[in-house]
Design a protein around this ligand. Structure first.
Ligand SMILES: Nc1ncnc2c1ncn2[C@@H]1O[C@H](COP(=O)(O)OP(=O)(O)OP(=O)(O)O)[C@@H](O)[C@H]1O
Ligand SMILES: [Mg+2]
Length: 326
């Protein structure tokens, strides 16, 4: 099966400045793919090549198996591209705006506009003038526009960058709904938490190079294995701080009593009580977390919840970039 998006050895140069250096990654059909990197990493440049707006200096990009340089027209039909900070016509209503673009794209029938309005939850404000809409509503309208021609791949450059928490949640829900309709979605961001609970896979780009790419669960497992390898190799020395893991535990009864019990568990380096939760630092991975829970239960402490202090994507990011970010 071909990937929905395939980037192979992509290079791009502006003058003497190499913005992209041998970027390769793939996005499988039906994924929500997070393209993460700090400002200036080259995310928009990569996206503009995908969207047929910029010729690569070298390398290949395919959307649904079609090369963006060889057949840009087919690529545009398969693709919905939402640029960052796109301008938007302000003096028309929501419906007029979408009908204008439906016409321009040669999309027939008012039912398409209605379906898209419904999907993006703009059905109740079809007569609102664009200039008076909130940022979240405008962002949904932009998304509505790129859905009109029913593309199978959506490429969204920083879709949530200016949104408040509620609008972000709405955007996230909309992306998940689009995924359930069979779309493949690539979205860029420099904010990790924005992506962590919606993406299935990620690529981290730093100064024009891919640092790591793939399904979040696979990357996490790879790092876990690496950490275990490091721990075995350095068995006689204390585990380095970066091999440590901090977990949050919610327990029944007084947290202080649970804290005392935790201190006696294997691999526990530090225990804090904060906001009614235990924060336990362990000198290793998952096995120690399981051991801690078992120890607490045996000591008569009811464990209600256990979670990593940082979510998986944040840990991957910190580990992969090792503080090179700036
Ligand atoms: N048209 C251009 N001419 C020259 N340099 C450019 C051009 N477009 C982008 N650059 C440079 O290429 C680098 C990558 O830019 P790009 O916009 O792709 O980064 P980005 O990852 O999207 O960043 P951001 O998070 O700020 O959107 C930057 O250093 C930028 O200044
Ligand atoms: Mg950008």
């Amino acid at each position: 099966m071909t990937a929905a998006i395939r980037v192979r050895h992509l290079w791009h140069r502006f003058g003497a400045f190499e913005v992209l250096r041998d970027v390769s990654f793939e996005v499988g059909r039906g994924e929500i793919f997070g393209f993460i990197g700090p400002n200036g990493a080259g995310k928009t440049t990569t996206i503009r090549v995908m969207a047929t707006l910029l010729e690569p200096t070298a390398g290949r990009v395919e959307i649904e198996g079609v090369d963006v340089t060889l057949d840009p027209d087919s690529v545009r039909r398969a693709l919905g591209y939402m640029p960052d900070h796109a301008g938007i016509y302000e003096r028309v209503t929501v419906r007029e705006y979408l009908e204008f673009f439906a016409d321009a794209y040669g999309v027939k029938g008012a039912s398409v506009v209605d379906a898209v309005l419904e999907l993006t939850d703009l059905g109740r404000i079809t007569d609102k003038v664009v200039a008076t809409m909130s940022k979240g509503q405008k962002q949904r309208l932009q998304l509505a526009r790129i859905l009109l021609h029913d593309p199978s791949v959506l490429i969204l450059d920083e879709p949530a960058s200016d949104l408040d928490p509620r609008a972000r949640i709405e955007m996230r829900n909309l992306l998940m709904e689009l995924r359930s309709l069979g779309k493949t979605i690539l979205l860029s961001s420099h904010i990790l938490t924005e992506l962590s609970d919606v993406c299935t896979s990620v690529a981290i780009l730093e100064r024009g190079q891919i640092v790591v790419a793939g399904p979040i669960a696979d990357i996490a497992a790879r790092f876990e294995a690496q950490r275990a390898g490091v721990a075995v190799g350095a068995a006689h020395t204390e585990a380095a701080p970066r091999d440590r893991r901090r977990v949050k535990l919610r327990t029944l009864g007084a947290p202080e009593a649970a804290a005392d019990a935790s201190r006696a568990a294997a691999g526990v380096v530090d225990v804090e009580v904060s906001g009614g939760l235990l924060l336990v630092t362990l000198a290793g991975g998952d096995a120690l977390v399981a051991g801690l829970v078992e120890h607490l239960v045996r000591s008569g402490v009811g464990v209600v919840g256990v979670e990593q202090e940082r979510n998986e994507l944040e840990r991957i990011f910190l580990e992969a970039t090792k503080g090179d970010m700036h």
